[in-house]
Design a protein around this ligand. Structure first.
Ligand SMILES: Cc1ncc(COP(=O)(O)O)c(C=O)c1O
Length: 369
């Protein structure tokens, strides 16, 4: 890739229509986001070379946290250098709050790795299956035990949504149960305010302790938010616990000022312009409707990820190659959680695609697939 990822992206020297990756709102290449990052490089350098607990609280990092808290409607937010680390950080912070962990079997690598690294017992439940979760809770949780349920909010490859409403229902029998959602692909996209999967299900309360109590969220700013690094929105008290339970505050470099500045600007733009998400929603609908008209089985959620299995791996590689020859880029994922042995084509649609661009993809698929 030789340009910012956007509706058009330069790949191997060719300017392609780009339906790949996770820049759903097109903010990575937004001129104001790029300008904010450039100004921060000039002002603060490339990175702080110290921890947050040292002198690494640069103004852009604090601004990103302030903007994130405002966006999520929480008292505070904690930004750290890796979205991937979020699940581990959260499990460390919640360590005293649960006895047995239950994780969706197709959760992201970062969730499965974090689950494997806790010393507490853990079990996998069937993908998006609240019934299986209920069953496993009955069989695996000792009387009086406190469960923690861990899942992606939106699954990266298939674009399916975790049924958080059903999990919450199941946990009614376990008053101390906790749900932790890795909302990497939903934040900025799902929910009336773009706050992610909790909000999509109407389960994110407004106010200082939103996502506190028994519903938690970790996310990344490297997808729809157009920046880079992890973010946990929560109450101040909970974030004190987060910062002391692992060493991302006092033992890791602070997020680089330019990427924090980019994320802060992206958060500002999302809040100032709800039209961004509306355009994304319209584009998702246009692409999904068009695909259905071509005969593909496609869900009708507002998730901008579409997973297509068209014949075998050889056929899907051919489709990807022939689309690329027409200067249209889509991803073929050979191996990813839940995709099966042949893999799948993954299409991602952005707010910055025009109707003509989406129609060009549909037209090419009709000819090639
Ligand atoms: C569900 C999920 N969680 C976490 C991550 C890691 O985020 P980052 O790439 O920002 O470290 C990803 C990235 O692909 C993801 O899909």
């Amino acid at each position: 890739m030789q340009s910012p990822p956007g509706a058009y992206t330069v790949i191997d020297g060719r300017r392609c229509l780009y339906f790949v990756g996770t820049g759903y709102l097109g903010l990575q290449g937004h001129p104001e986001v790029i300008r904010a990052a450039c100004e921060a490089v000039q002002k603060y350098g490339v990175h702080s070379a110290t921890t947050r607990a040292g002198l690494g609280n640069s103004p852009p990092v604090l601004e990103a946290e302030r903007r994130a808290a405002e966006f999520f409607g929480t008292q505070c937010a904690f930004c750290f250098a890796s979205g991937y680390a979020g699940n581990g950080i959260m499990l460390a912070a919640l360590n005293d709050a649960f006895d047995v962990l239950f994780v969706d079997e197709l959760s992201h690598y970062s969730a499965l790795e974090a689950a494997a690294s806790t010393e507490l017992p853990g079990h996998r439940f069937r993908h998006r299956d609240a019934g299986d979760l209920a069953e496993k809770l009955k069989r695996r949780l000792p009387p009086g035990g406190r469960p923690l349920v861990l899942s992606d909010g939106v699954f990266a490859a298939r674009g399916s949504i975790a049924p958080l409403d059903e999990y919450v229902q199941v946990l009614q029998d376990y008053p101390e149960g906790v749900v932790l959602v890795d909302d990497a692909h939903a934040v900025g996209v799902l929910g009336t305010g773009g706050r992610g999967t909790w909000e999509y299900f109407g389960l994110a309360k407004e106010g200082l302790n939103a996502f506190g109590g028994r519903h938690f969220l970790t996310a990344t700013m490297s997808k729809a938010l157009g920046g880079y690094g992890g973010v946990i929105p929560a109450s101040e008290a909970f974030l004190d616990r987060v910062k002391s339970a692992s060493h991302w505050y006092d033992g890791a470099s602070a997020p680089p000022a330019p990427v924090a500045a980019a994320a802060a600007k992206a958060l500002e733009l999302i809040q100032a312009d709800p039209g961004l998400r509306e355009r994304l929603g319209t584009n998702v609908q246009r692409l999904k409707t068009g695909l259905r008209q071509l005969g593909f089985a496609v869900d009708d959620t507002p998730v901008p990820i579409i997973c297509l299995t068209i014949g075998d791996a050889v056929n899907m590689r051919r489709i990807q190659r022939e689309l690329f020859e027409r200067e249209i880029a889509v991803a073929y994922l050979a191996a990813y959680a839940g995709l099966g042995s042949e893999g799948a084509l993954r299409l991602a649609v952005f707010a910055t695609h025009t109707p003509e661009m989406i129609d060009a993809l549909l037209d090419a698929l009709q000819r090639i697939a």
